[in-house]
Design a protein around this ligand. Structure first.
Ligand code: NAD
Length: 504
């Protein structure tokens, strides 16, 4: 796809938003053919620039090729393909069940785009966490102002340089910048804001959105616990927990933040973890091409600060000039230690000893609702108990992270970990206003029915309206034999009647 005009890099926030709004108001983003063309453009963008994307993410976070492919590029492609396969079906008006009073009316839900949407991406998975919402917003027929994170500058610059070659540049402008530029952007009026990032900035976004009562999705973070009991297969549990913690050096919103287990399980976990770390990364993790770096000096300093006062059982090395922190397991951690007061978002894994599933539930429920909860257990009753007695954005049993990769399972937080959800068809719904439509005509029969609402009022009119508002049930298949018998009976009766008549 070739660039068709030179992009103006000097547009201010109001100009960018106004231009996107003008295109939306002209109706450019609405036709399904146009939306599909943009989505196909996104497929080409990834196909033609895979190496550049790999290179940019390596520059930003030293991301290994496999993590970029499996956690960014492949899900991106699958997502666009899924949307293209289902867009016709999702976009068409829905026809819900009708009450008797509406049986002659058109009763529909139109799937309307909101208008101009702002998508603010996160730096830790800079392609996926920016573009997954964008894919849904385009599919739903909106204009989109795309704001990649300033903390992943190489990938964001690449998106800024390349996306306009594959997408309509006026309907889907890419806007770069840090706090100052974001603050400017948030002064503008949007019809929907989708933000992925930390809770504190999420509150700023929510406040800015409130000015125009703009609906928002906030994909935030929080401390996601992993509960492990003695019944779990420990070899597999350790691998699954450490993989979830170590990808992207722990900078994953759904990374297991801390472990709750008995002292016995803790000891076994640490022993097994030594073996697993060696298997994953070899003798010197810093030399491994499969391990990322911390995104900024600020986050590096914050994480190293959290190590202070911890009883380190594994790892613990770090190097500032490389922003490297070794995967670190700390044992017997007190719930009052600073590491338990904020989301870690790095490769440090504290273990908090508890003595029972009930204690684990109380521990979790005393804190903010997490984005994810991990339960490692083969005891069905305990699993059910935890599922029923705790609240979290999502739960994954006997694994980490994988629940967010299940097509059409909604992904999102609750309470402090966020509001709203997306993925699969839910992303399309997020950016769609469900518009109620009722169509009546002027024929005599419906008018007779409707007349019961007009004064003078009476008890018989109330009774009639009550009857009319009853839900019309669809005929259940279980009555099919009765209906066939009835029709057959009726046919036989009619046949006998005519036979008798003409036989005379
Ligand atoms: P952050 O929350 O500090 O956000 C950084 C971004 O916000 C930057 O782009 C910055 O320019 C902007 N920003 C900072 N201050 C601002 C202000 N006053 N006004 C406007 N914009 C401002 O990012 P972080 O803390 O480094 O991100 C990590 C957090 O994001 C973690 O909590 C993580 O769990 C969360 N996260 C959540 C998801 C999810 O899908 N739920 C995904 C990724 C990250």
């Amino acid at each position: 796809m070739a660039a068709d005009a030179v992009i103006d890099l000097t547009l201010s926030a109001p100009q960018v938003v106004q231009s996107a709004r003008d295109r939306f108001n002209e109706g450019r983003t609405r036709p399904l053919r146009f939306r599909k063309k943009q989505l196909n453009g996104l497929l080409e963008f990834v196909k033609e620039n895979q190496n550049a994307l790999l290179e940019a993410m390596h520059q930003d976070l030293k991301k290994p090729k496999q993590e970029v492919m499996v956690l960014e590029i492949i899900p991106f492609v699958k997502d666009v393909e899924h949307v293209l396969n289902h867009l016709d079906e999702w976009a068409k008006p829905e026809k819900p069940r009708k009450a008797m009073v509406n049986w002659m009316d058109g009763v529909m839900v139109y799937n309307d785009p909101y208008g101009v949407v702002l998508v603010m991406g996160a730096w830790n998975y800079p392609l996926q966490l920016t573009m997954t919402p964008v894919i849904g917003a385009i599919a739903a027929g909106n204009s989109v102002v795309i704001k990649p994170s300033d903390l992943s500058p190489a990938t964001s610059q690449l998106m800024y340089d390349l996306l306009p070659k594959y997408l309509d540049r006026e309907c889907y402008p890419v806007y770069l910048g840090g706090v100052k530029e974001t603050t400017e952007l948030l002064k503008e009026r949007f019809d929907y804001i989708f933000y992925t990032g930390g809770t504190a900035v999420g509150q700023i976004i929510h406040k800015a959105a409130n000015r125009y009562l703009t609906p928002v999705t906030l994909e935030l973070g929080g401390k996601s616990p992993a509960y492990i009991d003695a019944s779990a297969d420990l070899d597999k549990t350790v691998k699954r927990v450490l993989w979830g913690k170590c990808i992207n050096s722990g900078q994953t919103c759904v990374a297991p933040d801390y472990i709750l287990c008995t002292k016995e399980v803790q000891d076994k976990f640490v022993k097994c973890a030594q073996k697993v770390m060696l298997e994953f990364y070899g003798q010197d993790i810093q030399d491994s091409p499969d391990y990322c770096r911390i995104v900024t000096d600020r986050h590096f300093t914050r994480l190293v600060g959290l190590l202070s006062g911890l009883k380190v059982a594994l790892g613990g090395r770090y190097e500032a000039k490389d922003r490297f922190i070794e995967p670190t397991i700390a044992i017997d951690v007190s719930p009052n230690h600073p590491i338990m007061q904020e989301e870690i978002f790095g490769p440090i894994l504290p273990i908090i000893p508890i003595s029972s599933v009930d204690e684990a539930i109380t521990f979790i429920n005393k804190r903010d609702k997490p984005l994810a909860l991990y339960i490692f257990s083969t005891k069905k009753r305990d699993r059910e108990k935890m599922l029923k007695e705790t609240s979290s954005g999502g739960v994954c049993v006997n694994d980490t992270i994988m629940h967010i990769a299940v097509e059409d399972l909604p992904f999102g937080g609750v309470g402090q970990s966020g509001m709203g959800a997306y993925h699969g068809s839910k992303t399309f719904d997020t950016f769609t206003h469900k518009k109620t439509v009722l169509v009546k005509d002027f024929q005599a029969l419906p008018e007779k029915i409707l007349a019961s609402r007009y004064p003078p009022y009476s008890d018989s009119k109330i009774a009639f309206i009550n009857l009319g508002m009853k839900e019309r049930r669809r005929l259940s298949l279980k009555y099919l034999p009765h209906i066939i018998m009835f029709l057959l009976g009726a046919a036989v009766t009619v046949a006998v009647f005519y036979l008798c008549k003409y036989a005379k």
